[in-house]
Design a protein around this ligand. Structure first.
Ligand SMILES: *Cc1c(COP(=O)(O)O)cnc(C)c1O
Length: 378
């Protein structure tokens, strides 16, 4: 078994793994399960600071993004795509699949979206049904100020879909203050539950938009309205994956009990970045670093493959490359959820130092020592 230090899936704590192995009931027929599911959704609402409804859908994070687009998009709807990363850009595909017309607001992949530039753009054109934006765009690790951006879009009457799959629980997020209409999350990132669930937080404005469509939602599995009255009707649209939900409940309770979670992510991430910079390696971003993942530019003398293969085969640690336009350009260390811990990261930094040495590219400092020193200074 490798140690997985990837930007999701992350290490799953023992109590979450055990919760997934508990004896199960029939979740469609056992009325107590409706309460259990609802209480789990209430925890999601509490942790993300919102009165909006929350739902847990059976499907990996991508299902949440698709469900938001499927449920809102009608043919010919104009949708604003905020694109400063691979996931940001990718929303346009979902909009197109459901017949919408994506309009891109593209900006530098090395930094966060600038709300002032966005405002200038909206002054000229704000005729959009909704806009999509990513909190932490994982392939580069850029962190967008989705709270300011969502509030700004709302001023122009634009609904917002925010992908915080790789941000939430590692970065602060207040849905009600930000006025986010549909927030998308996933089980396998900073929440450190198993892969397989997506969570959605849905505002009444978003529900109204779905209920006032002139065409039906062109999906069953990705139709958010199918979940809307589950509790009153005591009917789920399909049998919920009960063991996965036991697991996510335990993971949410871990987060609830962990008062230091955000500060720990911040400290670990800052010390990681300091060590990388001192070593002579380059961070991919110029600004806007997420505390959940660090993207390091691949030095021109090496390839991402060599680095990833060496650290995996020789030191048993899996870190990630990237994809799409960033393929081959960066290696990424995930330090989110259960992996945002001193022990995991110092082991990873040690292995990375040795890996670069093995590849004939010695670093200017020992990453582990520098990382630990930086943590002490915090
Ligand atoms: C992980 C992730 C998703 C879910 O997609 P994967 O299939 O797990 O890659 C969606 N959005 C973001 C920003 C993610 O990091």
């Amino acid at each position: 078994m490798y140690k997985i230090m990837t930007p999701g899936p992350t290490t799953i704590k023992e109590n979450v793994r055990k919760a997934r192995s508990l004896e199960t009931t029939n979740p469609d027929l056992d009325l107590e399960f409706y309460d259990y599911y609802k209480e789990t959704c209430d925890l999601l609402r509490l942790l993300l600071h919102t009165k909006n409804e929350a739902y847990i859908l059976s499907g990996e994070g991508i299902l949440g993004l698709e469900a938001a687009c499927a449920s809102l998009t009608e043919p010919k709807d104009r949708v604003l795509i905020l694109d400063n990363g691979v996931f940001g850009k990718g929303f346009a595909d979902f909009v197109r699949i459901y017949g919408g017309n994506p309009v891109s607001f593209a900006s530098d992949y090395h930094k966060p979206i600038n709300p002032i530039e966005l405002k200038d753009f909206l002054e000229k054109d704000s005729d959009f049904k909704y806009a999509t934006v990513v909190h932490c765009d994982t392939p580069s690790g850029v962190l967008n100020d989705v709270e300011a951006i969502s509030r700004l879009l709302k001023e122009y009457g634009i609904l917002t879909v925010v992908d915080s799959v790789a941000g939430m629980f590692g970065e602060a997020l207040n849905v009600d203050e930000a006025q986010i209409d549909i927030l998308c999350g996933g089980s396998q990132k900073a929440l450190s539950a198993a892969v397989g669930l997506t969570m959605l937080w849905v505002s009444s404005d978003a529900i109204n938009a779905m209920e006032n469509r002139s065409t039906p939602i062109a999906s069953f599995y990705a139709n958010i309205l199918n979940f809307k009255d589950y509790y009153d009707k005591k009917a789920f649209p399909y049998t919920p994956p009960i063991s996965d939900i036991y697991g996510i409940r335990a993971a949410l309770e871990n987060v609830m009990a962990d008062k230091e979670i955000l500060i720990r992510h911040k400290k670990i991430a800052e010390a990681t970045r300091k060590a990388i910079q001192k070593s002579g390696l380059q961070l991919f971003l110029k600004e806007g670093y997420s505390n959940t993942v660090t993207a390091v530019s691949v030095p021109s003398a090496l390839t991402d493959r060599e680095i990833l293969d060496t650290i995996r085969t020789k030191y048993g640690i899996m870190i990630a490359g990237s994809f799409d336009v960033l393929a081959g350009k960066v290696i990424r260390i995930g330090h989110m959820g259960e992996n945002a811990r001193e022990a995991c990261m110092s082991e990873t930094m040690d292995a990375l130092t040795k890996t670069f040495k093995d590849l004939g590219y010695p670093l200017k400092c020992d990453l582990k020592m520098t990382f630990l020193e930086a943590l002490q200074e915090e």
